[in-house]
Every structure is written in C-alpha cells, then in structure tokens.
Design a binder for this molecule. Structure first.
Ligand code: 9MR
Length: 438
C-alpha cells in the first residue's frame, strides 16, 4: 500500500487544512477525490489540527521583499533554519543562541518560514538525568516562538543512534533493561513527544541516520563505540515499523520521514533506504517522506542531476521529500574563509539543490542548517573546514544566501524581476563579485 501524495502546499499545511483549501487545476481534482463525505454524500469539513502552544495573538510581522521568507511564501515552499542551541554549542564560549540572542531570534523570524530544533528535541535533552523525567523547557520555547511567528516546524529526531543520554547508553550496556522495558520506553517517548506537539509540528524526522557508512550499508546494529543504534541492536529492525505506527497514531496529520546524510544522489545508501521504505509501504507502514540532509563539502564531487533523480525516485514511490539540513563547507584559511572559487562553487550547490527542490512536486521544505559560521557544528567535526553558513559574522549576506534569493525570485516572479528590481541590488552585486548566478 502506498500513501496519497499531497501537493507541496497542502503537505506544509497538514491534511486537516488541505481539506479546507480550495485549489485549481489537476491537483485540485486529485485532491477532491480525497475529500470525506457524510452519509448523504455531502462534503464535510475536516477539522484543522490545533497546536496546544498556539498563542492568543500572533506577532504581527511581514517578511521584507528581499527576504527568503517572502519568496518562500510565494513559492509555497517552506524555507527553514535551525533554532541553534545545545549539542556542540555547550562547548562554546557563547551562551546558547536561541534562548539568549535577541538579534539572532529576530533574524530567524524575519527570514524563515519553518524551524527545526537543532538539538533540544533529541533524547539527551528530553531525558537528561533518568527515565521518566521528561524535560520540555527548551523544546517548548522553540515551538512557542514558531507559533507566535506563524512558522511551520520539522521535528528532529525521535529515533537516532547519537545524542542519547549517557545514563541510557550505560544502563543498556550494563544489561539493566529487558527488551520489553526498552520497547516500552521508546514507545512512551514517541507517543509523549508527538502528541505534545500535535498540530504544531507538521513533519517529523522519525528515524534518523539508521544506515551505516559502509560500502554496502547495513542498519546500525553494532555497539555504542561502533556508532550502533541501541534500539536496533536491542530490539531488532522490526522496531522501525513500530516507531512510525506510534507516531502516526499520536498525530495522524503529521508527515513522517526518514532522514540521513550522504544520500545526495543515487548511491548505495540511498538504495538501501529505497528498498527499506518500499518494503514498509508494502506492509502498510505509515512512512510519508524521505529527507536528504545535504551536508555537502567542496572536497567531494556533487552532481545536481543525480541529486534530483534520487529525490524523484522517492517521489515516484508516493513519498514527500525534503532538503532537511543543507550546508556547504570547504577548506578554510585561519580566518575561516574558503577560497573565492570554493565560495562560488558552494553558492552554486545551494542554488542547484534549491532548484531541484522547486522542480519536484514532492519537495515541501528546504531547511538550512545554521545561519552564522560562529554557531556552526562544522569546525568542531571537520577540522580545517567551514564557511558553510549563509551569512558573514554580522549577518551580511554571503553568496550562499544570495543564490537562494535569486533562485526563489526567478522561480516566483521571473528573471526580469531578479535582474531589475532594486530590492535585489545588494545580492546581485554580491553574486556578480563571485561570478555566480549569471
Ligand atoms: O548541529 C548539531 C550539533 O549542534 C550537535 O553537536 C551534533 C551532534 O551530533 O548534531 C548536529 O546536528 C546533526 C543533526 O542532528 C543530524 N544530522 C547531522 C547534523 C550535523 O552533525
């Protein structure tokens, strides 16, 4: 069985809203088939999911004409970023950006139409000390912010091998839980988190990075030291069906995704996902989407056509697709800058990925993993690499930002508007300087 594919706009709004939207053209015809009818054959309105964190009043804000958010709305594509905090930020000298930096928060609200918790939604945050103690303070704060500003959210991540609390990894290693107890914990986690944010989070990275990086990728069933996934190791691959089922039961409107890195084309890892998902769909498991994280490096080749072909085959399976964590890094000088040539190349990759996403009916969101290099996870993970984020340190736009603006403007209003409108003069100048986008 496969699941009905929704249009990009409808998917972003959620199914409940879809039934209230009036559309034109073929898509509307297809969607009309999905409308419920009462016993007399009249169409009935399905209720929109309500988010328990919905504010009494939204902050009154409009996206400026030269912002990504403005054109994201016109293109019916969610253009997102992370709410930065937790994870590697804890080792840095600055306090967490999202709770503490007003300028940063304003920037998120002014530029983006979707948010992802960079770290606060992960197991180590929600269960810092022991089982049973759900900790939602930071997680809620990001959801409330998104609600106040009318932003969508991608939930990240319910099931992962990394960023589990130490107490959990240690007690599992010491054999302190039976399989049944572990399964119950996972179920309670998934059900509690998904139901808490039902109506607030439109799509979930339910299962994150479940295949390893070997030539013939396998599900990560190894030890903690081998970057094994404790759930797969202890409970077997069958648990993957359960996690999707539990999430779907708690929020039937949310789109449920697999998400991984190094699936930026048709390769052994993306093949492994294709097979796994196909089998799950055949069994009726509610998998709705495939997310390509898209952490690219200028040190490796990138083929935009193959990138799109990969997402296309998941679309052909009936799935939604998404660019979930894009950044493009390169080798940097001591000042943290790539060569101008690499900067131009990085911008071109951002542009090519966004174009692919816009061309695919299934690609409903494009999320950039960070705004400022000083916040980025990259230098701590890849020594000597960086310069991947959208802005220079004072939020001046890099070519990486400007190419996204260009692609969105050209897609929605056309090449002439991009070439002539004075709102885009700054970015035209920046791209020209690097010889990009011409
Ligand atoms: O950006 C996140 C960083 O702050 C954390 O320290 C790191 C720990 O693994 O996770 C980073 O985000 C990752 C995301 O959750 C999953 N895909 C890869 C991302 C970059 O490592």
């Amino acid at each position: 069985m496969s699941f009905p594919r929704r249009s990009r706009a409808a998917a972003a709004l959620g199914v409940g809203a879809l039934l209230l939207v009036s559309c034109a053209g073929e898509e509307a015809d297809a969607e009309a088939d999905e409308q419920p009818e009462d016993q007399a054959g009249e169409e009935v309105e399905a209720s929109e999911p309500t988010c328990q964190f919905a504010p009494d009043e939204q902050v009154d804000h409009e996206y400026a004409r030269d912002s990504l958010g403005h054109f994201a709305q016109e293109a019916d594509l969610k253009v997102g970023n992370v709410a930065a905090g937790g994870g590697h930020h804890e080792d840095e000298e600055y306090p967490d950006p999202f709770p503490d930096d007003e300028e940063y928060r304003e920037h998120l609200a002014e530029e983006f139409t979707s948010l992802t918790h960079e770290n606060y939604m992960k197991w180590e945050f929600i269960h810092p000390d022991e089982w049973g103690d759900f900790h939602f303070e930071e997680t809620d704060a990001v959801v409330e912010f998104a609600q106040e500003h009318g932003m969508d959210m991608r939930g990240h991540a319910l099931f992962w091998h990394s960023q589990n609390p130490e107490w959990l990894e240690e007690s599992v290693e010491a054999g302190e839980y039976t399989q049944e107890e572990l399964r119950d914990m996972l179920e309670e986690h998934v059900r509690t988190v998904v139901s808490r944010y039902a109506g607030c989070i439109q799509q979930w990275d339910v299962v994150n990075e479940v295949f390893d990086d070997e030539e013939e990728p396998q599900l990560r069933d190894g030890s903690y030291e081998e970057s094994g996934n404790l759930w797969i190791r202890e409970l077997g691959p069958e648990i993957l069906d359960d996690v999707f089922e539990w999430a779907h039961e708690e929020d039937p409107d949310a789109l449920l995704f697999y998400n991984d890195y190094s699936v930026d084309g048709t390769n052994a890892k993306s093949d492994a996902y294709y097979e796994l998902i196909q089998e799950q769909l055949d069994r009726g498991v509610p998998v709705h989407g495939f997310g390509s994280q898209t952490h690219l490096s200028m040190q490796y080749d990138f083929d935009p056509e193959d990138y799109q072909a990969n997402l296309q085959r998941f679309e052909d399976l009936g799935l939604e697709t998404a660019v979930t964590e894009i950044d493009v890094r390169g080798e940097v000088t001591e000042e943290g800058r790539m060569s101008d040539e690499d900067r131009a190349g990085a911008a071109e990759r951002y542009g090519a990925v966004l174009e692919s996403c816009l061309e695919l009916a299934s690609c409903n969101s494009y999320t950039i993993w960070g705004s400022l290099d000083e916040h980025s996870w990259i230098p701590g993970t890849f020594e000597g690499e960086g310069d991947a984020a959208l802005y220079e340190s004072g939020y001046e736009r890099k070519p990486h930002y400007c190419i996204n603006q260009q692609v969105l403007v050209e897609h929605t209003e056309g090449e002439d508007v991009w070439a002539d409108d004075e709102a885009f003069e700054e970015c035209r100048g920046i791209l020209e300087e690097y010889g990009v986008g011409v």
